[in-house]
Design a binder for this molecule. Structure first.
Ligand SMILES: C[S@@+](CC[C@H](N)C(=O)[O-])C[C@H]1O[C@@H](n2cnc3c(N)ncnc32)[C@H](O)[C@@H]1O
Length: 502
């Protein structure tokens, strides 16, 4: 059984500045026919009625308990109709979507990632074949765009992941080609009472339905961010806010129609026009998972983070000779069958050897056959490359994988020309690279597919050699003393900045 909150994603918009901003974006007219597709306990309805007590509002809500509350609240408003139904599947709404829409205004805080049982997911997949059926908010947005009349306006508060993630490419295309974006406000999810999801921020998107493609592609819209407090939503002219202007045609032409939002025009230029991306010069792959780390993974010291949860490795059982073993992917036969593995964690340049994986023949057989295990991309195991943690709380980081195993929390980057390894290591650890990856994907995640898209410039030989030399020195210092000269790093960053102009 799943709990009610997870099923309905009932996070209500209990924030006056957010509600006021969204309602103001609708520019309500007396004759408007308004739709609230996921009513909750009626915050938006109350706000609209405060502006116009005779507003015509149709409300849908799936949860019978919430429908009960709504019926009680609005029983004396004959202009508010409430239906218990599923907005995504309802036949009447489906019918109206097919015939050009019926609403002048739509306002919503739809469920995010609402749990859908497998049968419903299959139906949704059929109804919205191009969309990512697991993420409910995208389906609500799509459905509601279809329900708008020509020139109808919609305001939605949703996570900002639709702006960049691959899985929302089709949704972006739909927005950019069938609507004119009016405004996009981006702010921290902590502004939303009771919600603070680490994986993304929130956005309020306001858009106008337009059936003529040209009018959509030629439209210019503004993006506002830099909010330090939620009240600034009610004072968009606040000079402390950052405002950008984009033409929809340009966003459509970005790779995967991603909304690339950066103050630095060179960042956008590089992402769009650079001759090479990391994926062109290096293989980027996800690493290994044993399927049962408690059983197979061991640690050098209990004092390491999470170290207490694992058995201590016996030094005698560590194999230091494996690099010369051509059969290593089949496991080790002798008693020294523990091998070092590089795990996640944001440490730059080089990580100490702290974790060891059981690589006996028997264990490897298990990894190759167990359902939970991921014996993926094995041809990259034990090669010389770079590991970029999949999750980086602040800045992206990278450390060497010196012919070791690397786990699935890491993307292994293996340059086709191995002599570029130290240059790439320096680049991944630089603020320049961070600006690029955070524009490509502003969330804290760096899966292989986004790392592949980072623009890369190979500098002339002397510069390449300089960066390589300095980065090798940093790595050596780390190995001998555990730290390095930060000034050297700053110099490398400065050179990289000059190469990229970012
Ligand atoms: C995030 S809450 C927002 C409620 C309200 N609009 C607000 O802003 O306070 C989402 C609401 O959508 C309802 N809901 C979830 N799935 C739905 C569906 N498929 N059709 C209609 N309503 C749904 C939930 O029960 C919940 O009340």
């Amino acid at each position: 059984m799943i709990n009610e909150a997870r099923k309905y994603q009932a996070f209500y918009t209990k924030s006056t500045p957010i509600v006021d901003y969204m309602v103001s974006k609708l520019s309500l007219q007396a004759s408007d026919k308004i739709f609230e597709p996921c009513g909750g306990d009626g915050v938006f309805i109350e706000a609209i009625l405060r502006e116009n007590e005779f507003a015509h509002i149709n409300v849908c809500e799936l949860n019978p308990m919430s429908v009960g509350i709504l019926n009680d609240k609005f029983s004396d408003c004959p202009n508010v109709t409430i239906r218990e139904c599923d907005t995504l599947l309802d036949d009447e709404l489906k019918f109206n979507s097919c015939f050009g829409g019926t609403y002048d205004k739509i306002i919503a805080n739809p469920p995010y990632g609402a749990w859908q049982d497998y049968d419903k997911r299959a139906v949704l997949k059929k109804m919205y074949p191009e969309l990512y059926a697991k993420e409910s908010y995208g389906l609500f947005l799509y459905r509601c765009i279809e329900l708008l009349k020509e020139d109808g306006v919609l305001s939605f508060i949703i996570p900002d992941t639709f702006l960049n993630l691959h899985m929302h490419k089709a949704l972006r295309n739909h927005i950019l080609t069938t609507t004119q974006i009016v405004e996009l406000a981006l702010f921290s999810s902590s502004f939303f009472p009771g919600v603070n999801f680490g994986y993304a921020n929130l956005s309020i998107i306001t858009l106008r339905k337009k059936n003529v493609y040209k009018e959509c592609s030629q439209n210019t819209f503004s993006v506002i961010n830099g909010f330090s407090e939620v009240e600034q939503l009610n004072n968009i002219d606040d000079s402390n806010l950052k405002k950008y202007s984009f033409k929809q045609e340009d966003v459509l032409n970005n790779p995967d129609h991603a909304f690339l939002i950066s103050e630095n025009s060179n960042v956008l230029k590089l992402i769009n026009q650079s001759k090479f991306k990391v994926g062109d010069i290096a293989d980027c792959v996800t690493g290994f998972y044993s399927g049962n780390d408690k059983r197979f993974l061991q640690v050098i010291s209990p004092d390491l983070k999470n170290g207490k949860n694992y058995d201590l490795v016996n030094i005698e059982s560590i194999n230091s000779d494996y690099k010369n073993n051509p059969e290593i992917l089949n496991g080790i036969e002798n008693e020294q069958y523990f091998l070092p593995i590089v795990k996640g964690g944001n440490i730059k340049y080089i990580k100490s050897e702290n974790w060891f994986m059981d690589w006996s023949k028997k264990a490897v057989q298990y990894y190759k056959t167990d359902k939970k295990a991921r014996f993926q991309n094995p041809k990259y195991y034990f090669r010389f490359g770079i590991g970029v943690p999949m999750i980086s709380s602040s800045n992206i980081t990278a450390s060497l994988i010196e012919n070791k195993l690397f786990d699935q929390s890491i993307v292994g980057v293996f340059p086709q020309d191995e002599s570029l390894t130290y240059y790439l290591l320096a680049f991944f650890n630089s603020p320049t690279c961070n600006k690029l990856i955070r524009t490509i994907n502003p969330s804290a995640n760096n899966p292989a597919n986004y790392i592949k898209k980072i623009p890369i410039i190979i500098p002339e030989k002397s510069v390449l050699e300089l960066i390589t030399k300095k980065t090798k020195k940093i790595v050596d210092e780390m190995k001998t003393s555990g730290s390095y000269n930060a000034n050297e790093e700053l110099m490398v960053w400065e050179v990289i900045k000059q190469i990229y102009k970012v």
